[in-house]
Design a protein around this ligand. Structure first.
Ligand SMILES: Nc1ncnc2c1ncn2[C@@H]1O[C@H](COP(=O)(O)OP(=O)(O)OP(=O)(O)O)[C@@H](O)[C@H]1O
Length: 495
């Protein structure tokens, strides 16, 4: 099969110092094939595609493209050979304009503009500085840049993780066009439904090597998960969860009244009781970011009030919100980590911020909490020296795990499972429920609508900066999508 394959990689290995990221990985991608690369966080997927594209050099192994050996020293060399990639973090220099960035990779700006126009991505001015452009648009820009080089192999590393549904659809259109034209796609995503729908074949990586290869449509979700995790997974059941105790009818823990902030948020009111997980459903950019900033004490509201346990939130500084027991898992995980500090320090940080006022904290207690978080979320500590060396998904686990320590009564989760593998997603769902059952009030925005039914007790739809309807957690994805578009939901309750 590999004789006429487009890409054939054999025995690819890579270590970062003492960390063996790739043991020995094989991958074969056919012509005109859309191929998924799957694996749990830290399995080695990103390292593998970085070796393919010349971002890092492999230690061992051979790679051929159309039969010709590939040993790239720079990503630009990949364009000449027919390989172009869109990475988890767009490789664009923030302080330069888009046009300047394109020049650096010898990309024809006019062709990039053509692709953007064809994909109907408007409002992007190539004269703007990269730092002023929202992340979803940067990813589409990076995609257009890759397409401008007419690659034989288009590599997409978790591109949909930071995209709203309408932009993800455009990515799927690009994938279909690429394979129809005889080119191939290597697609990395933790959203298995995307893989099942849009990929012809998949290869599963585990612990730095390939362990399975099959057509995802035949395998369906269960087989994929089993090969990723190397073990049988119990089927989760939303009904089981709902069968458990409902939130008690106690006083609300978090009360938001008539909140307006910035230009995006208008007159938002809701309350969350202890033990309750409130879901937020919204399309990209409907004010949910501002709402989270205000709730976390990071932005002052224009009007309205937030009360936590009856006390007005002191919204002058995030530290003040933390002292009132409000914990935030933000959208931008890189901003939430101290990249050069150790994993342990990163986990211990919030508890220190919260409890240090009351005197020295017990080291033993802190160590127990840190060990617990690492074990429960299976955080990969092989790269234990610094948080920045963790894989993308393990960084995200870190930003969540550290808030699950004792003592936070209000938990704000912004799209918490973005970029996280399915095994860990399930652990996170369980943890969020446990945190709620221990008495916390949880607010969770998610871009994956099915998570509302899996985790939340009820949901609010936010549209154009205001709450437009309330939905039962099992209202269904169609009703939620309608509500998120500001349309009348099929099931609207008034509280
Ligand atoms: N720069 C680095 N220095 C040291 N170790 C690293 C570095 N980058 C990655 N690693 C380690 O290599 C292993 C594989 O990481 P990689 O990013 O390839 O995984 P991944 O499958 O892409 O995971 P994810 O789905 O979470 O993005 C992990 O153990 C990770 O901690």
């Amino acid at each position: 099969m590999s004789a006429d394959a487009l890409l054939a990689a054999r025995g690819v290995a890579k270590s970062y110092g003492s960390v063996l990221a790739l043991r020995s990985a094989d991958l074969t991608v056919g012509h005109g094939e859309s191929h998924a690369l799957l694996g749990a966080n830290g399995a080695g997927k990103s390292t593998f595609v970085k070796t393919l594209t010349g971002v890092i050099r492999r230690d061992r192994g051979t790679v051929t493209l159309d039969g010709a050996p590939v040993d790239l020293r720079t990503p630009a060399a990949g364009y000449a050979q027919g390989i172009a990639a869109v990475f988890q973090d767009p490789a664009l220099i923030p302080d330069l304009t888009v046009r300047h960035n394109l020049r650096l990779t010898a990309t024809d700006a006019a062709v990039v503009e053509e692709h953007l126009a064809r994909l109907e991505i408007g409002g992007l001015d190539l004269g703007e500085r990269v730092r002023d452009i929202p992340l979803p648009f940067l990813r589409m820009l990076d995609l257009a840049r890759a397409l401008a080089h007419r690659p034989k192999l288009l590599i997409l590393d978790e591109i949909t993780a930071a995209l709203p549904a309408d932009l993800s659809e455009k990515v799927f259109t690009v994938m279909a066009e690429q394979t129809r034209g005889g080119g191939s796609v290597l697609f990395i995503s933790h959203r298995l439904e995307e893989v099942i729908e849009h990929c012809d074949m998949c290869t599963v990586f585990r612990d730095g090597g390939d362990v399975a290869r099959f057509a995802p449509k035949e395998g369906r979700e269960k087989r994929i998960v089993q090969s990723m995790l190397g073990e049988q997974m119990g089927e989760e059941s939303a009904e089981d969860r709902r069968g458990r105790a409902q939130a008690p009818q106690s006083e609300p823990r978090l009360v938001v009244q008539g909140l307006s902030a910035g230009t995006m948020l208008h007159d938002v009111s809701f309350s969350v009781r202890p033990g309750e997980v409130l879901g937020l459903v919204a399309l990209e950019g409907q004010g949910q970011d501002t709402l989270f900033d205000v709730l976390a004490g990071d932005q002052r509201p224009r009007s309205g009030e937030i009360r936590v346990d009856g006390k007005v939130l002191d919204a002058r500084h995030p530290a003040a919100a933390i002292r009132q027991g409000v914990a935030l898992v933000p959208a931008d995980r890189s901003a939430a980590l101290l990249p050069k500090r150790s994993i342990r320090e990163n986990i211990a940080l919030p508890s220190r911020a919260r409890f240090s006022r009351w005197g020295p904290i017990s080291r033993a207690r802190e160590n127990r909490a840190v060990d617990g978080a690492i074990a429960r979320l299976s955080i990969d500590t092989r790269a234990a020296a610094q948080a920045r060396r963790l894989s993308g998904g393990n960084q995200q686990k870190l930003t969540i795990g550290r808030w699950l320590a004792e003592g936070f009564g209000t938990l704000l989760l912004f799209d918490p499972t973005r970029g996280i593998d399915i095994g860990t997603k399930r652990q996170i769902y369980e943890l969020v429920r446990e945190v709620a059952e221990s008495g916390a009030a949880v607010v969770m925005y998610t871009s994956e609508l099915r998570e509302i039914d899996l985790v939340c007790d009820r949901a609010l739809a936010i549209y154009r900066g205001t709450v437009v309807s309330e939905l039962a957690a099992d209202a269904g994805e169609e009703a939620m999508l309608n509500a998120a578009h500001g349309l009348q939901a099929t099931e609207v309750r008034t509280s």
